[in-house]
Write a protein that binds this ligand. Structure first.
Ligand SMILES: [Cu+2]
Length: 154
């Protein structure tokens, strides 16, 4: 009887261990394998130090998306009001893309140039107000889109 209790305890510990390991794995699978349009992967890794934002067109499961350095798909970009950001785009796909940033009234506030297949571009961006902006691709606005959140400086 005592040995059985020990076995049960062991199994419980093993299962608990698996659950501790798994949440990250499940989250990653969902982010990568989602075929729906509104895949927003929010994280702070959109910014790679020195106010540089990397946003690359990428074909994910046959659909074009914006992908950041850490693999975040259509990531929410958290930026600080008044800071100047360098937005860097590298287009490894065989289609043209263009990043447009709009306010919530659908007025364009910034954009990249058109980025031909295999080309890079970068441009500076600074937000003068807190709140939200939308970004999207001129040519794939339904699948390449995300949100920019602007907070006040600390
Ligand atoms: Cu595009």
């Amino acid at each position: 009887m005592k040995a059985r209790l020990n076995d049960l305890l062991m199994i419980t510990i093993l299962i608990a261990g698996l659950f501790l390991l798994f949440p990250g794995g499940i989250k990653q699978t969902m982010g990568q394998g989602d075929n729906n349009n509104d895949t927003a992967t929010s994280n702070a890794n959109s910014l790679t130090g020195n106010n540089t934002i990397v946003l690359n067109p990428s074909e994910v499961n046959g659909t074009y998306r914006w992908v950041n350095n850490s693999g975040g798909i259509n990531p929410t970009l958290d930026i600080t009001m008044g800071n100047e950001y360098q937005i860097k785009i590298n287009n490894p796909t065989d289609e043209e893309h263009e990043l447009i940033i709009e306010n919530t009234e659908n007025s364009k506030v910034a954009s990249s140039e058109e980025i031909e297949p295999g080309k890079n571009t970068e441009f500076k961006f600074k937000a003068d107000e807190t709140g939200e902006l939308n970004y999207y691709c001129e040519y794939h606005p339904e699948t390449m889109k995300g949100i920019i959140k602007i907070i006040e400086p600390m």
